[in-house]
Ligand binder design. Structure first.
Ligand SMILES: Cc1cc2nc3c(=O)[nH]c(=O)nc-3n(C[C@H](O)[C@H](O)[C@H](O)COP(=O)(O)O)c2cc1C
Length: 359
């Protein structure tokens, strides 16, 4: 049910933040794809905590092991088991929070839903769950790159009120993105974003942000036309990432303020086939990719766990003041960049394989 994503390229994630470890089972990856841990580790390294002063100091090396589905460096077409152990657990950090549901976190909703919840660290609601997604997404990305020439790059385009200039028209690469710890390729904006995150951390507070992603080389024809529209699948994938609050593709909400004559993407003949002169559609029309780059944005809220005192109530309804302890991210977007890329890869790999069944 809720822990499985995809129809043909299917991924199930497992594990709690303070249990033995986390991971994923990937079922439906085609056979004979060259695959090793070294294909997966770089994206996990970009996601892991403790990378810079801008993220939680929890120290995890997040080293992945492939448990099954690969032999002599090639996928077998059987389920691929991926495992990452948890090491730096400090369950004591969460003692106060076992009595007090954190405002805007998932403690209360998990408790009402299941009548029980992981005793510390948020369990499945912790961002450690996304390790399985990032590992599986790295496999999907390799498949997309090798078989279809698709490339996905995401970057931080806003932190709080600090916005980067529009970079979607530039050929941004992952090294450009990683040139700054905040993962914004624009040097001037990156500096102001880093200052905003440090300021929030010093105030024992947190801040939100926006990630922009571009998927290049997606051929026309991927995505299903009714309920599984490509943008609907992307929206579901992105809004399943913890702390997300918004999804926009192409012109997004700004498109609602334009006239049709301003908004339409006129067709042009390009390299012997139809393309569009502008890309306000964000690469998807009628739920189906049109061959232009797929461009979307994802909004992340400020993380809920903050050291600053908050008036709230405990599970029994008694008024309390909560000052969260433990190690938390003051802003999640620098670490969420590879998670957005991974979820986009899972959607596109699934759409690619579904389209292969038709052609
Ligand atoms: C990379 C990443 C790191 C996160 N780190 C934290 C954190 O340190 N503290 C926190 O309260 N929430 C953090 N979150 C968000 C929570 O997991 C999330 O807010 C919580 O599960 C409640 O879900 P919701 O915000 O989607 O409703 C993080 C999210 C991501 C994507």
């Amino acid at each position: 049910m809720s822990s499985t994503f995809g129809t043909v390229f299917r991924v199930t994630t497992f594990g709690e933040s303070h249990g033995r470890g986390v991971g994923a089972v990937v079922d439906g990856c085609p056979p004979r794809l060259a695959l090793a841990e070294t294909d997966i580790q770089p994206q996990l390294d970009r996601r892991r905590p403790g990378q810079s002063g801008l993220s939680t100091p929890r120290e995890e090396s997040d080293k992945v092991s492939i448990l099954s589905g690969v032999e002599n460096g090639l996928t077998l077409g059987t389920p691929i088991g991926l495992f990452v152990p948890n090491r730096d657990q400090q369950p004591g950090d969460y003692a106060a929070m076992s009595r007090i549901p954190r405002p805007s976190h998932a403690d209360w909703t998990y408790q009402v839903k299941y009548g029980i919840r992981a005793s510390s660290g948020g369990g499945r609601s912790s961002a450690r769950e996304t390790i399985g997604r990032v590992a599986a997404g790295a496999i999907a990305e390799k498949l997309l790159k090798q078989h279809f020439g698709v490339e996905i790059v995401a970057w931080v385009s806003a932190v709080g009120a600090v916005e980067a200039p529009d970079l979607a028209g530039r050929e941004i690469t992952r090294p450009d993105v990683d040139a700054h710890a905040v993962r914004c390729p624009d040097a001037e904006a990156a500096q102001r974003m880093e200052a905003a995150i440090r300021q929030a951390r010093e105030a024992r507070d947190s801040t939100g942000g926006v990630i922009t992603a571009i998927c290049r080389g997606v051929p026309a024809g991927w995505g299903e036309p009714v309920f599984d529209k490509l943008e609907a699948r992307l929206a579901q994938a992105m809004l399943s990432i913890p702390a997300t609050k918004g999804f926009e593709i192409g012109s997004g909400f700004a498109g609602s303020r334009m006239l049709g004559s301003e908004h339409n993407d006129p067709f042009v003949m390009r390299k012997g086939r139809l393309g569009t002169a502008t890309n306000r559609s964000g690469g998807v029309q009628g739920g189906i990719s049109n061959g232009e780059p797929i461009v979307f944005r994802v909004a992340f809220k400020p993380p809920a766990t903050i050291g600053k005192a908050q008036a709230t109530v405990d599970f029994e309804g008694h008024a309390v003041e909560l000052e969260a302890t433990g190690r938390h991210d003051p802003c999640v977007v620098p670490r969420a960049v590879p998670i957005v890329e991974a979820m986009a890869a899972l959607v596109l790999a699934d759409a690619a394989l579904a389209q292969c069944a038709r052609s």
